[in-house]
Design a protein around this ligand. Structure first.
Ligand code: PEP
Ligand code: MN
Length: 355
């Protein structure tokens, strides 16, 4: 497998993809595009085939919308992109001169659909943006990229649009930034675009998420933009006007990935040395903790006592969480950490008991 991606975006950061969730009418599409065109380098998006979770919602205008996108290109000079979910969509979009395709979250999770799209893309040179799958399964995202690469498509970028979660959250789709960073670790040259609209589900949170993406060195943003969001036929809570997009882009702080400033570099190096030392210390402490756990395992085995003692675990979690919070650590972090340590301790004791 070649881990190589063509440089598909030449413009400076961030690449911005904006336009309505759905193309609804020629008037809406063109009005939105004309408002957006003052941003050079902007890529105009509009969904014309909309995979909706439930039936009886607006499922897109269909192929007619491709003519409107062509008009956008002709009248504004903006490049265009559209969502594809099957081979026929690929064929029609290319025929109508769309510049880039994107694969939606519901499609990335379906290897048959991805393979069909990959086959339809053979011998084409079009750029494809791949959204993360709805469920937080990194391999589905990687798999979709690999299927396209196997078909000879290297003009690929990833779009991080967040993941479905049952738990209550302020986000429509929780970001799970770590998953996107894991994808970046696997494909270091893969351009990464953040979609704050589908992460937030709420126009008020777009700025915050967009800034976070910039701070994490994302290459670009896909933001749903509608000339009249209140009356949008899909995703109306998360769409913003072209004017609001202007404001966000003007306020966005795009920091440099690196700098030549010697003093900055020296300070950073100093701080990193301290972090490296602390990490080693942390690991040493964990090693000593696990040695004690093994001792306890032997002790329990000899006395025929179970590994998990729920009361002790609940009590520990409570006391450590309180202590951690008093020391400026977030409850979520402490509990994640303690649960991971506890699980490893159980596994170690299991080994002792059963081997
Ligand atoms: C969209 O971009 O309008 C869309 C349907 O997104 P997702 O696939 O991320 O839900
Ligand atoms: Mn949408």
């Amino acid at each position: 497998m070649v881990n190589y991606f063509k440089k598909i975006f030449s413009s400076s950061k961030p690449i911005v993809i904006a336009g309505p969730c759905s193309a609804e009418s020629e008037k809406q599409v063109l009005a939105t595009a004309h408002e957006l065109k003052k941003h050079s380098n902007l890529i105009f998006r509009a969904g014309i085939w909309k995979p909706r979770t439930r039936p009886n919602s607006f499922e897109g205008i269909g192929v007619e919308g491709l003519d409107w996108l062509k008009k956008v290109k002709d009248e504004t000079g903006l490049k265009t992109t559209v969502e594809v979910a099957k081979a026929k969509h690929v064929e029609l979009a290319i025929k109508h001169d769309v510049d880039m395709l994107w694969v939606g979250a519901r499609t990335t999770g379906n290897p048959f659909a991805i393979q069909e799209i990959a086959d339809a893309l053979k011998n084409t040179d079009i750029t494809v943006l791949i959204k993360n799958p709805i469920n937080p399964e990194l391999n589905l995202w990687i798999g979709a990229i690999e299927r396209l690469q196997d078909a000879g498509v290297y003009n690929i970028a990833a779009i991080h649009r967040g993941f479905f979660a049952y738990k209550n959250s302020k986000y429509r789709n929780i970001p799970q930034w770590q998953l996107a960073l894991d994808l970046k670790r696997k494909f270091p040259d893969l351009p990464m675009i953040c979609d704050p609209s589908h992460i937030s589900g709420n126009s008020n949170l777009i700025m915050e998420i967009a800034q976070k993406a910039m701070d994490m060195s994302y290459d670009g943003l896909m933001i749903e933009t509608h000339i009249d969001p209140k009356n949008a036929l899909s995703d109306k809570e998360q769409q913003i006007t072209p004017l609001e997009l202007d404001e966000i882009l003007n306020n966005l702080i795009v920091r440099n990935f690196d700098t030549d400033d010697k003093e900055f570099k020296a300070t950073l190096k100093q701080l990193r040395i301290q972090i490296d030392d602390l990490d080693i210390e942390l690991l040493d402490v964990l090693k000593r903790r696990m040695q004690l756990v093994e001792k306890i395992g032997h002790h329990k085995k000899e006395n025929k006592v179970t590994i998990l003692q729920n009361n002790r675990w609940i009590e520990m979690l409570k006391i450590r969480t309180k202590y951690g919070k008093e020391n400026g650590l977030s409850e979520h972090f402490i509990q994640q950490l303690l649960k991971a340590i506890h699980q490893e301790s159980i596994d170690k004791q299991n080994n002792v008991m059963n081997n």
